[in-house]
Design a protein around this ligand. Structure first.
Ligand code: SAM
Length: 217
């Protein structure tokens, strides 16, 4: 349950130095890993984009505590080089109040890696990609920003592709564009869930979408 989560009134009320220390000064969070789980993606992306602030959003307290402890340990271990100062985790419900955390057009990448499938029809409204949530994601994403998805559940993949394709503010990347993006290769194995799927010989379906410019009024 998430009744105990406090949300910032607006992005201005968010003090990101609590998450990144001085490294937050003069920087804005640009990548959001939604339902980051144990944070494997953040830890892999951190050295690839050392100047970019990235946040993992995770609703389970124990899991987000674990990720935070791991990040603190990594920072300590690499104190001299100053590595891993650009990643942090927030315990929050990412399906609620995203615009309270991020300004319009602030994010350049959002990740949805192996989201919970919610198999039953009645529960589809709990899926992390729905028509109304996509409009919120479009709001916090800048033009040209990217939504990365991957899942081992074919039905969920079809669902995400259908809704993203239907949405007027997103267009799917072609296979050639996927190959040209070094981040795409990290979707498969960087997270704990991705590694579990590999161990179980599961298939994986990625799909990436670009945020289009707003149409003229
Ligand atoms: N992305 C991670 C990975 O690939 O290993 C975790 C995948 S796991 C199947 C889905 C995660 O999403 C869980 O850790 C769950 O707690 C989290 N989650 C589900 N709904 C959420 C929400 N509304 N806000 C934040 N996290 C959520």
């Amino acid at each position: 349950s998430d009744h105990d989560i406090e949300y910032p009134l607006s992005p201005l009320h968010m003090d990101w130095t609590e998450n990144y220390g001085d490294f937050a000064n003069g920087r804005l969070v640009e990548f959001a890993d939604i339902g980051c789980g144990y944070g494997g993606l953040l830890m892999r992306l951190s050295p690839m984009f050392p100047d970019t602030l990235m946040i993992g959003m995770e609703i389970r307290v124990k899991v987000s505590d674990y990720v935070n402890e791991k990040i603190q340990a990594l920072r300590k271990h690499h104190e001299k080089e100053g590595h891993y100062r650009n990643i942090a985790v927030l315990r929050t419900n990412a399906m609620k109040y995203l615009p309270n955390y991020f300004n319009k057009g602030q994010l350049s990448k959002m990740f949805f890696l192996f989201p919970d499938p919610h198999f039953k029809n009645k529960k589809h409204k709990w899926r992390i990609i729905t028509r109304s949530l996509l409009s919120e994601y479009a709001y916090v994403l800048r033009e040209g920003g990217l939504i990365y998805t991957i899942t081992d559940v074919k039905d969920l993949h079809d669902w995400m592709v259908l809704h993203l394709t239907d949405h007027p503010l997103f267009v799917r990347l072609t296979d050639e564009e996927l190959k040209a993006d070094p981040v795409v290769g990290m979707l498969y194995e960087s997270t704990e869930e991705g590694q579990k799927v590999t161990r179980n010989d599961g298939e994986k379906w990625p799909a990436v979408f670009r945020r289009l410019p707003n149409p003229p009024l």
